[in-house]
Design a protein around this ligand. Sequence first.
Ligand SMILES: Cc1cc2nc3c(=O)[nH]c(=O)nc-3n(C[C@H](O)[C@H](O)[C@H](O)COP(=O)(O)O)c2cc1C
Length: 361
Amino acid sequence: MNTDPIDNRYATGERFTTNLGIWRAAREACTDEVWNYLNCGTGDEVTLRANTADFDKWQWKTPLFAGIGRPDTATQFLGHSLSFPAFIAPFGGGEYMLDAEGHRATGRAARDVGIRQIVPVAAAHSLEDIATASGVAQMFQVTFVGDVGAVVDMMHRAKAAGYEQIVATYSPIRQWRERMIEDRTRFAPGKAEANFGPGLSDPAALREQIAFSQPRWGWAEAREAIARAPLPILVKGVMSADEAKQCLDAGAMGLYVSNYGGRSIDRQPSAISALPQVRAAAGPDVPIIFDSGIRRGSDIAAAVALGANAVALGRAVGFGLAADGEAGVRRVLQILKDEYWTTLGHLGCNSTADLGPHVFI
Ligand SMILES: Cc1cc2nc3c(=O)[nH]c(=O)nc-3n(C[C@H](O)[C@H](O)[C@H](O)COP(=O)(O)O)c2cc1C
């Protein structure tokens, strides 16, 4: 059987062959409201655009006669064996609008293509349910807010369900997402609350968190939660060298460079422009995940070359989920993996470990 990914594009009976096909199908499948939920940023969406546009500033230096074989895309990250260096990013709140199976579907697709997902606390299915659906170890995203003990309890629950790391997030105040405000988008009551349903934990807690009525944490609470956490913590939203140092000093095991895909506050710098300084501040050995703006396998290669150990895929996966549910996500992941493979080869890299700043002009 021919295993060449490009040949397979022609031979395949799959519905989609490239990202372009997925994007078109996703747009057709979504109402305007759902499309805006998935695609919106905040304010004028300057950061949203910069997240993708700034990848274009990094141009490849492609070596002649590099003498490479077929690149190996696989990598290891924090005990997870990944067929390429990617996770599915946590996208919660309204993921059920893209497909009713939500993170159960994305988790199975990730498993099938050989990667893992980061499950959000604000999900339409409980963390136990999502863990059972894929049957593989994943990471769990929890918002650092409210009672420290309740957050620690939630992390214990995640550990008991088989999650291996915690992604800690901080969300200071509601976000000015004009497309959603104009559309009067409201999530169906109870839909993002599977982790807080009756018999699980206090349902009022997440409701209040979503309403942003709880006081936000300072470093003292963050430190305490990290110290009491039963699993290693990666802090998401690190965008500067100073923050990188503060997080590590507070006990974080890893960092997660992200501006939430431009969904928090407009005129933050693009995430890719922040990555090199975070890696420089963290040193070579601290695990770093990167997201915000990854749309292609070549973006994954650029982020790894600039210091990420792995990326997370947000809207790219959302498009697949909207286009064709679980099968659509599987297809997106396969496409990104194949694009990453061809990028490695053209850069003269036999593997992920060969990527570094030398691949840029
Ligand atoms: C529809 C949607 C919902 C999201 N919900 C969450 C969430 O519940 N928790 C979280 O940490 N990040 C959330 N994010 C941010 C993503 O995890 C990720 O940081 C972002 O999508 C990366 O940017 P990209 O979409 O350009 O790849 C969400 C993003 C989207 C698009």
